[in-house]
Design a protein around this ligand. Structure first.
Ligand code: FAD
Ligand code: FES
Length: 272
């Protein structure tokens, strides 16, 4: 059973339209999260909303006697509206780190990350980890960052500090190239040799589904981080089930995004 930690908000600021960065100080015993892992968060002592909400770890820092966690969140409903109004010093309950993270393959010649919208959150933490590993390897790293418009772009400042070649694109062309992140990536696909490349992606389901279509008859390995509505976050309620392919052809199986994921091989998922 995972421990619930009481954290204290150090920062909670709007960094793009309806997108906030929350930094939470945690007890030193909090385990270092792996890229792709998430936490369940709720406000201490508040009855509403009843359930915790899942958020990906966007950054984590450890000092001698404390540690801190950064989360990026988009205000979409009641729970995130409440989070957006919290002040520095407020206590929050954090359960985690949870789930299976990304398998970090720093030894590949090419490492390609595709992030769309809030899908940037886990990829920023992954990019930081890959950047550390790349210092001792010869990987070339590429980041395809997509958003609806310039105001909705998040994570670019953090990425610019790392050794990635960055391609920015927006649906309306207000920043970078005009188009969907998957279309921009598709134009470059042939530059990357399948056996020498690892692809990581996170973003809205239509984006991941489009990527699955692009890669379906190829040999590129690709890990995707999925989002589903979650109640418990620890594999107990089955509320986050996602359809996966069975090894024996016809029938489907289900996996829990919280406990079996949220990171999956892109080919394992049944995309609708
Ligand atoms: C593993 C994981 C990691 C996540 N990481 C982040 C992150 O880093 N930043 C971030 O902003 N969000 C992230 N999310 C999504 C986030 O948990 C939801 O946006 C949040 O729970 C919404 O809470 P709410 O009370 O504001 O909205 P609610 O009132 O609960 O819902 C508002 C609307 O959003 C829809 N919705 C709620 N949750 C989801 C979901 N998970 N997927 C699709 N639609 C949903 C509902 O169906 C409803 O229409 C993550 C989700 C998962 C499962
Ligand atoms: S959220 Fe309960 S099993 Fe995944």
């Amino acid at each position: 059973m995972k421990n619930v930690y009481i954290g204290e908000i150090l920062r909670n600021e709007e960094i793009a339209q309806d997108c906030f960065l929350m930094r939470v100080a945690l007890h030193v015993s909090f385990i270092d999260p792996r890229p792709g892992q998430f936490v369940m968060l709720r406000v201490s002592g508040l009855a509403e909303p009843l359930l915790s909400r899942p958020f990906s770890v966007c950054s984590f820092e450890r000092q001698n006697r404390s540690c801190s966690l950064d989360l990026f969140y988009h205000v979409i409903g009641r729970g995130t509206q409440i989070l957006a109004g919290l002040l520095k010093g407020t206590q929050v309950e954090i359960l985690g780190p949870l789930g299976r993270g990304f398998e970090v393959a720093g030894h590949k010649k090419n490492i390609v990350l595709l992030g769309g919208g809030m899908g940037m959150a886990p990829l920023i933490y992954l990019a930081m980890q890959l950047n550390k590993d790349a210092c001792s390897s010869s990987s070339a790293m590429y980041f395809y960052l997509g958003a609806q418009n310039a105001e909705a772009v998040i994570g670019l400042e953090q990425l610019k500090k790392l050794s990635f070649t960055i391609f920015t694109c927006t649906d309306d062309g207000s920043m970078g190239e005009k188009g969907l992140v998957t279309q921009i990536f598709l134009k470059d696909l042939k530059k990357f040799v399948p056996g020498e490349t690892m692809i990581y992606a996170c973003g809205p389901k239509p984006m991941l589904s489009a990527l699955a279509k692009i890669l379906q008859k190829t040999k590129y390995p690709c890990q995707v981080s999925l989002e589903e509505r979650m109640a418990c976050g620890i594999g107990a309620c089955l509320g986050c089930a996602v359809a996966v392919k069975r090894s024996k052809k016809s029938s489907l199986a289900y996996k829990r995004v919280c406990a079996d994921g949220p990171v999956f091989d892109i080919n394992e998922i049944v995309w609708k």
